[in-house]
Design a protein. Structure first.
Length: 394
């Protein structure tokens, strides 16, 4: 559900960004509520883009000076971060090329190039898929360049996160989707077969236009189902499709159906066009589009705790089961004692040596209560607050 009092702010945000993307004049005659605009843009990582849109619309002089200064600061920081990350990524790519490690830049690294200004797409990190056989080589290289790893020292994650001041953050993925993602994991298990070499490179790869679009939607859908995604995803879709006008739509529809996102893709595509195209911005939304947009607006860039809690319960819920104490106790039990498939994927040593299970349970309890206690308590409170009216079926 959209937050009370933000309806006009979202309408103005879509109008301003649509005009900015299309290089046309924003037609709204009334001066917008700048504080409400800033609030919704910040929640969706669109502050830098909003600043540029207001600049193009010649509205910055009407904006409260301290607010304009804050938005400009975000824009300048995004520009600096983009310059630093692009340079560092080139070093990493050159190293992998030299060592014969195949790799694939993902998500925002590609999508930002379709924005009017690439640095306007605020990015927290760079995601790269790489040959999982080379993870020790990559770890040694990153440590040698001063990075530290943000990871559980025992359990493996879906990616290795490397961080270095002032703003460097790389997520190195050995696979695109974990086995727990079912259809998505199976479809992308041999992803290299779908890739093509980058021009002038041997070990740097890229998706074709249609396959990148399908992957991007599959990734967005994963987050949509597991806790929500924001409206920046819709802007990404609009900007990508605006330039990729000759894609094979039959192929896209067929592959989306295989992945279980056959209805998600057209809804997002239609929403993106209706929100940001200067020609169709007044078009009415269908009921499904309105519900999807409301869910995305509520989510912000990374989803809300309530949405994530509902999604976690939905993963455990049996068909027709009510949201009640039994389901919530099952969630707590599975958090403490995961299924064997989880150990096989994330803690293979414990999976192979069952005698280590009690020791790992103690470690997991210590880590969950002492090291991550506040975060887990917040999630538990959110889970306990979920009801059948909480949008759990989203």
């Amino acid at each position: 559900m959209r937050e009370e009092g933000t309806g006009a702010a979202y309408k103005n945000l879509y109008g301003l960004l649509g005009a900015w993307c299309n290089g046309v004049k924003w037609e709204e005659k009334e001066v917008p509520d700048f504080r409400a605009l800033f609030y919704v843009a910040k929640r969706h990582k669109l502050t830098a883009a909003l600043y540029l849109a207001l600049e193009q619309a010649q509205l910055l002089d009407s904006c409260p000076p301290e607010l304009a200064a804050r938005m400009k600061e975000v824009k300048l920081l995004a520009e600096r971060r983009a310059i630093l990350m692009d340079a560092e990524r080139r070093h990493l790519s050159d190293f992998m090329e030299e060592k014969g490690i195949w790799h694939l830049p993902l998500k925002g690294i590609i999508l930002k190039n379709f924005w009017p200004f690439s640095s306007a797409r605020e990015m927290a990190d760079n995601d790269i898929l790489f040959d999982c056989e080379a993870w020790k080589t990559i770890r040694s290289y990153m440590r040698g360049r001063g990075y530290w790893e943000d990871r559980d020292p025992i359990a493996k994650g879906a990616h290795d996160t490397y961080i270095k001041p002032p703003c460097y953050r790389f997520e190195m993925h050995p696979f695109l989707f974990a086995k727990s993602q079912g259809t998505l994991a199976v479809y992308y298990e041999n992803v290299k077969e779908r890739l093509r070499p980058d021009p002038g490179k041997v070990f740097a790869f890229r998706f074709g236009d249609e396959d990148f679009y399908v992957y991007f939607l599959a990734h967005a859908y994963k987050h949509y189902r597991r806790g929500g995604i924001g409206v920046r995803t819709l802007l990404d879709i609009y900007l990508y499709r605006r330039q990729k006008t000759n894609m094979d739509e039959t192929y896209i529809a067929a592959e989306a159906a295989k992945l279980g996102i056959g209805s998600f893709e057209p809804v997002c595509r239609s929403l993106a066009c209706k929100l940001f195209s200067s020609h169709t911005q007044t078009a009415e939304l269908t009921e499904e589009e309105a519900d999807t947009l409301a869910y995305m607006e509520e989510a912000g860039a990374y989803g809300t705790l309530a949405q994530k809690a509902a999604a976690k319960l939905n993963e455990l819920r049996e068909e027709g089961e009510k949201v009640g104490t039994r389901l919530k106790l099952r969630y707590v039990f599975r958090r403490l004692f995961p299924k064997q498939e989880w150990y096989r994927a994330y803690v293979p040593f414990v999976y192979r040596h069952r005698w280590a299970l009690p020791f790992y349970w103690l470690y997991r309890l210590f880590r969950g209560v002492v090291l991550n206690g506040e975060r887990n308590r917040k999630m538990l409170r959110a889970v306990l607050a979920v009801s059948d009216r909480s949008g759990i079926n989203k």
